[in-house]
Write a protein that binds this ligand. Structure first.
Ligand code: IPE
Ligand code: IPE
Ligand code: MG
Length: 249
C-alpha cells in the first residue's frame, strides 16, 4: 500500500481523533480504562514514524479535549501522568527523527508538572525541521474560536486594528493554530461519526476518514496508508464543480 501512494499528493497536515482506548481495554476484559490509554502509546509512536517516513509535514493528535476534564478524576490523573512520562521518554526519539513538538489548547489548565514537561519538550525540539507533531491538549474548537474572538476584541479596543480589518485570514492568525496550515485529512478511529469539538474552524474542508472497527491502540502505519490512499482517490472541490477542477489541473 505504501508504495502505491502518490508522493506528490500527500496531505500536508493530518489530524487524528485517537478514539476507542476505553472500549479497547473493555474488550480485552480490563475494567481500568487507563490500561487502554497506556496501550495507545504504540499507536502514537507508529503514526508519528509513519508520517515522518512519508514526508507529511504536520500531524495533530487530539489527546485530551476540554470536555475530557469531566471524566472521573482517576482517569484524568492517569492521563496527565501518562502524558508527562511519555513526553519525557520520547524526546530523544523525536530528536533522532527530526520531529518538532508543538501544542494547541489551554495549557494553563494543565497541572504544573505536565505543563512544565510539555513546554520543555517543545523548547528542546524547536529547531528540528522534519515532521511537526501538534498535541491537542485541553483543546476544543469552541475554546479556540472564543479565544481568538477575545484577542481580536482586545486589539480593536486598544485601537491596534479596526473592526473592518477583521477577515478570515486575520481571524486565523488569532487561532491557536496560527502558522499551521489547515488539515487536509482527518482520521478518527473507534467508529463514531462526529467531530467532538475538535478543530471546528480548521476542518472546514478536511477530508474525513473513519475507521469503523478499529480502536486507537490497534492503529498502525498501515492504517495511515489506507486512509491516505483513500484521500488521494478523492476529488477536493472546495465548492466548485468537478469540471472546473479538471480544467484547472
Ligand atoms: C480516546 O479514547 C482517548 C481520550 C479521549 C483521552 P477514549 O478514552 O475516549 O475511549 P472510548 O471512546 O471510551 O472507548
Ligand atoms: C474525542 O474523544 C477526544 C479525544 C480523542 C481526545 P471522546 O471520546 O472524548 O469523544 P466523544 O465524547 O465520544 O464525542
Ligand atoms: Mg471516546
Amino acid at each position: 500500500m505504501k508504495e502505491q501512494l502518490d508522493r506528490n499528493n500527500l496531505p500536508k497536515h493530518i489530524a487524528v481523533i485517537m478514539d476507542g482506548n476505553g472500549r479497547w481495554a473493555k474488550q480485552k476484559g480490563f475494567t481500568d480504562r487507563i490500561f487502554g490509554h497506556r496501550n495507545a502509546l504504540k499507536a502514537v509512536k507508529d503514526v508519528i514514524e509513519g508520517c515522518g517516513e512519508l514526508g507529511v509535514k504536520y500531524l495533530t493528535l487530539y489527546a485530551f479535549s476540554t470536555e475530557n476534564w469531566n471524566r472521573p478524576k482517576a482517569e484524568v490523573d492517569g492521563l496527565m501522568n501518562l502524558l508527562v512520562k511519555t513526553i519525557k521518554e520520547e524526546v530523544p526519539t523525536m530528536h533522532k527523527n527530526n520531529v518538532r513538538l508543538d501544542t494547541i489548547g489551554d495549557t494553563s489548565a494543565l497541572p504544573d508538572y505536565s505543563r512544565r514537561e510539555l513546554l520543555s519538550a517543545i523548547e528542546d525540539t524547536k529547531n528540528n525541521t522534519g515532521l511537526t507533531v501538534i498535541l491537542a491538549l485541553s483543546y476544543s474548537g469552541k475554546w479556540d474560536i472564543v479565544n481568538a474572538a477575545k484577542k481580536l476584541a482586545q486589539q480593536v479596543k486598544e485601537g491596534s486594528i479596526g473592526l473592518d480589518d477583521i477577515n478570515e485570514s486575520v481571524f486565523e492568525l488569532s487561532l491557536d493554530t496560527k502558522g499551521i496550515p489547515n488539515p487536509d485529512l482527518m482520521i478518527r478511529t473507534g467508529g463514531d461519526h462526529r467531530i467532538s469539538n475538535f478543530m471546528l474552524w480548521q476542518l472546514a474542508y478536511a477530508e474525513l476518514y473513519i475507521f469503523e472497527d478499529l480502536f486507537w491502540p490497534d492503529f498502525r502505519r498501515e492504517h495511515l496508508h489506507i486512509a491516505i490512499g483513500d484521500y488521494q482517490a478523492r476529488e477536493r472541490r472546495f465548492g466548485r464543480t468537478s469540471e472546473q477542477i479538471k480544467k484547472s489541473i
